[in-house]
Design a protein around this ligand. Structure first.
Ligand SMILES: O=C1O[C@H](COP(=O)(O)O)[C@@H](O)[C@H](O)[C@H]1O
Length: 280
């Protein structure tokens, strides 16, 4: 059962007993927003992360949402991507393709919960391939970041994506974010200067502290222009960072962690299981 605690304006913190409960609630939340935005504007732009988020999204591609969501109106982007071939095991695109975009038979290791999960459906979520915006994996990290940003500019010029009236940066309907134990979100790491980028939409890094080193990532001005953001956090190893992120554990005088800098133009919702919320 969930309990909702208001943390700060337009932020809600949803706590659930188990990771399974988080997955169930996240599916309903995403499906409800899909319906709302498709009714309002005819499409739904969704920005995915890599990592454990993709596994936590598993209920969205099961009944009833598999049938009820209008997948043809979805546009899929990545908040960050590892600059590796799209069929490389480190690719966030490949992770999402296996776990979400294409539900074929595969084994998925859920690292955080130390179990193997078997997915055995053969169906594909019918998102038109032309609406799935993967990176150009033939480029350098800098080239891939430029390419992705140019792609966004093209979508804006064709009015497929809007610009935020508030920030002047692209405005996505929903970003689904994870967080690392070091407090990174997307590929914005505490110790790397690109987390402070204020002009670019997409930037790059060649020395990520978490492998693989070459990555591209949306910048905070783009992330924080989203209408809705879900921070999806499960597992006891994130309890301390979750405490810091929600404002109860920042060490005075220390540099704020990237996860504390996430905000949304609409609503920021934290989905926490009992373990992640255990130090709040
Ligand atoms: O490297 C990455 O890490 C974060 C967090 O991943 P998790 O496995 O700890 O959930 C992820 O959100 C990001 O997209 C990914 O590239």
């Amino acid at each position: 059962m969930a309990s909702a605690t208001p943390a700060k304006t337009q932020t809600k913190v949803l706590k659930f007993d188990t990771e399974e409960d988080v997955a169930v609630a996240l599916a309903k939340y995403t499906a409800d927003l899909s319906e709302k935005y498709i009714n309002e504007k005819g499409s739904f732009s969704v920005v995915l992360s890599g990592g454990t988020l993709i596994d936590t999204l598993r209920k969205l591609v099961e009944s009833p949402y598999k049938e009820s969501v209008d997948w043809s109106k979805w546009l899929i982007f990545w908040v960050d991507e590892r600059v590796v071939p799209l069929d490389h095991e480190d690719s966030n695109y490949l992770l999402a393709s296996r776990g979400f975009l294409s539900k074929s038979r595969f084994l998925l290791r859920n690292k955080r919960h130390c179990q193997w999960l078997l997915h055995i459906t053969n169906e594909q979520v019918p998102i038109p391939p032309s609406n799935v915006y993967a990176i150009n994996d033939k480029k350098s990290p800098e080239g891939a970041a430029d390419d992705y940003e140019d792609h966004l500019k093209d979508l804006i010029s064709r009015k497929i994506l809007p610009i935020s009236n508030i920030s002047g940066f692209p405005k996505f309907d929903l970003m689904l974010l994870g967080m690392g134990p070091d407090g990174h979100v997307a590929s914005l790491f505490p110790s790397r200067h690109h987390r402070y980028e204020k002009e670019r939409w997409v930037t790059f890094i060649t020395d990520s502290p978490k492998p693989p080193p070459p990555r591209i990532t949306f910048t905070f001005p783009v992330i924080n222009s989203a209408s809705e953001i879900a921070m999806v956090i499960t597992g006891a190893d994130l309890a301390e960072t979750t405490k810091m992120a929600l404002g109860n554990g920042q060490i005075p005088g220390s540099t704020p962690l990237p996860c504390t800098e996430v905000s949304a133009e609409g609503e920021l919702a934290w989905f926490l299981d009992k373990d992640a919320a255990s130090k709040l």
